[in-house]
Ligand binder design. Structure first.
Ligand code: BDR
Ligand code: CA
Length: 302
């Protein structure tokens, strides 16, 4: 199995990505690293541990960045992921605590221990990865692959007309990651907004997957309510973070182009990921086999 580290800001779709990763035998989940984003970093670690408890996984969870590299974040999108980040699904305090050490140090240590083997899947703001690369640039050539959920290269943004949430939350970190020379695959809104989970499938979880099904259905229905308010007629929610896991499992779920992508770190277009002239720095997903992916995701997640 392919060793991965999954960097999350657990959130509803992050929780679904965690379940998909835990349940996929192609992947060996070395650990979760957590960041602020949908919620605070403390809540991200707590939520990740809760989800792992529910799934019966003992993968370690490392806490990472509480704030962006240079900015100060004080507000979190609680209307999207719920006051607790888990859409109000019922949970009890996790049985474990986060593992000692910083998320970025865990990334560095694991990449150095298994050169050319590790896939980093980052589905929140890119602060932890940027911190790792800044601290130890020598890891760059040792990473097998980096798959990020973030950006909107040809599609419009979701927090502003230009910017996608993960990039917008720490544009300087994103800029550093895009400039670092990492083997980067970008799973952005170009493909994730074409990858929807219909409400009817979520209802099925209640019928077929018992208590765990109710837990995931409660949080996902909250998320779908937001999507239906924001994108009338959409009929479901985008599987942003799970699609990054899908690509880590099987890159044929997507069609990519090698592009040179820049990140705006100032001005009205702050957080935009845009195509420019020059040497490619990323494999950008522009097409997706959404039906095949959805089937695969549903066959694994619960
Ligand atoms: C991304 O932002 C977060 O709210 C989601 O978890 C996902 O990672 C989508 O723009
Ligand atoms: Ca996320």
């Amino acid at each position: 199995a392919r060793p991965i580290i999954l960097d999350v800001d657990t959130g509803v779709d992050d929780a679904l990505a965690i379940a998909y990763a835990v349940r996929s035998p192609e992947l060996d989940l070395l650990g979760l690293t957590t960041t602020f984003g949908n919620i605070t970093v403390k809540e991200a670690a707590r939520n990740s541990l809760i989800v792992l408890d529910k799934l019966g996984s003992d993968a370690p969870v490392y806490e990472g960045a509480a704030q962006p590299l240079v900015r100060v974040k004080t507000e979190y999108p609680r209307h999207i992921h719920g006051a607790d980040g888990l859409g109000g699904a019922s949970w009890t305090e996790p049985s474990r605590k986060p593992a000692p050490g910083h998320a970025a140090d865990f990334m560095i240590e694991q990449v150095r221990r298994r050169p050319y083997q590790i896939t980093l899947v980052c589905v929140g703001p890119l602060t932890n990865l940027a911190t790792a690369v800044r601290k130890d640039p020598g890891i760059v050539p040792l990473v097998d692959r980096v798959v990020i959920m973030g950006g909107a290269v040809r599609a419009p943004g979701n927090v502003t007309p230009y910017a996608e949430a993960n990039i917008f939350s720490d544009p300087e970190a994103a800029d550093l990651v895009f400039s670092a020379g990492l083997p980067l695959t970008v799973v952005g809104l170009d493909v994730t907004l074409k990858t929807l989970l219909p409400r009817s499938e979520v209802r099925e979880w209640r019928r077929t997957a018992g208590e765990l099904g109710d837990f995931f259905a409660d949080m996902t229905e909250f998320y779908i309510d937001f999507y239906e308010a924001d994108y009338p007629g959409i009929g479901g929610c985008a599987l942003h973070d799970p699609l990054a896991i899908g690509v880590a499992i099987d890159s044929r779920f997507v069609a990519t182009e090698e592009l040179s992508v820049g990140v705006d770190t100032e001005g009205e277009k702050l957080g935009r990921t845009y195509e420019r002239e020059g040497e490619p720095n990323a494999r950008v997903c522009l097409g997706v086999e959404s039906e095949r992916f959805l089937k695969h995701f549903l066959s694994r997640v619960l």
